[in-house]
Write a protein that binds this ligand. Structure first.
Ligand code: SF4
Length: 491
């Protein structure tokens, strides 16, 4: 890994390589099965989980329908509380705003709270190019950064690493970034955590600027919320003089009453806890308490385009709990890096092709990174029908069609390499439009069924490499109906 998603191959090629890595698969299997079992128990404790889930989905949908209104309300509330709001249309603009704000403080170092939005924009790299060092303070993000690696899971970014690998990374790399690891560091979790704690404490105590994301923003009061388990976030949010928060525009909720729903849904779905150990909330600035300057950078980067798609927009409900990753058989085997973006797993397969478009081979391959088993939908705390969006995006890749890009309606051409799929769909469309042709085709298929191969030839071969081709029945349902009921209404 080179610390960047640029130039990564399409999902099938990346997965073909990662699935060969037995250690990676072992690490992933152990971690995802442990988290998914704990989540199931935590969720089962609540009798009204289904109602809570429906309420979360409804609040998100209502907020997204009136997003312009709530964002303007949020801006007013944050400004009234002493914060400054900046609007970023894309990743480059967000990174440029943050770099400028840091430079204006005169500092050249920032500490960071774990943030998916800044992973999405590639902020650390952009800051490095501007001569600013960004230090990750979440333990797993620290492991990823020290290893010049990329996160592979939303909640546990270093899920692909085991204890021995982490010890080696700490021993070899910590000194380059600050306080070195103890020479006799073992792979015992307590020793690894202590080495990270001592290394990070120096950063917390000297940093004057922090960069965070936020899990939620309350429009009514301008309050931002970060939930976490380690306490590093709280240190970053309270000790520095300047706080810059980069947050996707879909993270707004109207009121504290709405927030209450998500503070129940998120911890049980992500870390399988009844509540997060640290829930930090801040509203603008307060004299003598916390950062003296607060900037909120509101990030679009494809979100309003996603909102324009009536099927795909449900992906914006996501609260980044990672439950869908932990149950996904494809993620468990391929690992997070194969998805080539900050968002791995089922949510990445539907969010990335909407935020970035489907023009590249990688992004066009993501909607196919699924068996459509539906386990992701079952566990999603905001009821995102991920299989529905996957099928919708596959149609977009194969057929092309109308999409919105940077606010402009445009017609997308079909992606390369799907000619056989298109021909098959056209043939199916013709047959279903012409009942006589369908009936003749079914009878011909039934009469010749003993001659049918067990494997499909040509472009269909890959499909039957891992599946049995279902045998054609001796009689179609329509013929059976007519023979047994003698009714003409089957025509
Ligand atoms: S799609 Fe649903 S299950 Fe997956 S991370 Fe988002 S909220 Fe969690």
């Amino acid at each position: 890994m080179s610390g960047t998603y640029l130039g990564m191959p399409a999902f099938p090629a990346a997965a073909a390589s990662s699935t060969q890595d037995a250690r990676l698969r072992g690490n992933l299997r152990h971690a995802t099965h442990t988290i998914r079992d704990k989540r199931a128990k935590a969720v089962a404790e609540l009798d009204d989980w289904a109602r809570l889930r429906a309420a979360g989905a409804a609040v998100k949908d209502r907020t997204l329908r009136h997003l312009d209104h709530y964002l303007e309300q949020l801006e007013e509330s944050v400004t009234a509380a002493g914060g400054q709001v900046h609007w970023a249309a894309d990743a480059a603009e967000a990174n440029a705003i943050v770099a400028r704000l840091v430079r204006e403080t005169g500092e050249r170092e920032v500490v960071k709270v774990k943030s998916m939005a800044t992973q999405e924009t590639g902020l650390n790299r952009a800051l490095a190019e501007a001569g600013i060092s960004a230090y990750e303070t979440d333990l797993a993000e620290l492991i990823v950064q020290l290893g010049d690696d990329l996160p592979s899971h939303i909640l546990v970014p270093a899920i692909h690493r085991n204890r021995g690998e982490i010890r080696d990374i700490f021993r070899e790399q910590m000194a380059r970034w600050g306080r070195p690891a103890p020479e006799n560091l073992s792979d015992a979790p307590a020793e690894l955590a202590e080495a990270a704690r001592l290394h990070l404490r120096e950063k917390f105590l000297t940093a004057k600027v922090a960069v965070s994301g936020a899990n939620f923003m309350v429009a009514d009061t301008g309050t931002l919320v970060v939930v976490e388990s380690e306490g590093n976030g709280r240190m970053c949010l309270t000790l520095p003089e300047t706080l810059i928060s980069v947050v996707g525009i879909e993270k707004v909720v109207p009121t504290w009453q709405d927030l209450e729903i998500f503070l129940q849904l998120l911890p049980r779905s992500s870390t399988a806890e009844r509540m997060n150990p640290y829930t930090s909330m801040w509203t603008g600035t307060t004299d003598g308490d916390g950062p003296r300057t607060f900037h909120l950078v509101l990030l679009d980067n494809g979100r309003t385009d996603t909102l324009a798609d009536t099927v795909g927009r449900q992906a914006l409900r996501c609260i980044r709990c990672s439950a869908c990753l932990n149950v996904c058989p494809v993620y468990e085997r391929a690992g997070g890096h194969a998805y080539g973006s900050a968002y791995p797993g089922p949510i990445g397969a539907i969010l990335t092709p909407q935020l970035r478009g489907t023009a590249s081979e990688l992004d066009a391959s993501l909607p196919y990174a699924s068996s459509l088993c539906g386990a992701c939908y079952e566990v999603c705390p905001v009821a995102i029908d991920i299989p529905e969006v996957l099928v919708h995006l596959r149609e977009r890749v194969v057929q092309g069609g109308r999409v919105t890009r940077r606010g402009v309606k445009t017609v997308l051409k079909p992606a390369k390499g799907h000619a056989a799929e298109r021909a098959a769909m056209r043939a199916a469309g013709f047959a279903f439009d012409h009942p006589g042709a369908l009936r003749a085709g079914q009878r011909l298929a039934a009469r010749t069924r003993r001659l049918h191969p067990r494997r499909l030839p040509g472009p269909g071969r890959a499909w039957t490499d891992t599946r049995d081709l279902p045998p054609v029945p001796a009689e179609s349902f329509r013929d059976w109906w007519r023979r047994t009921r003698g009714e003409e209404r089957t025509k």
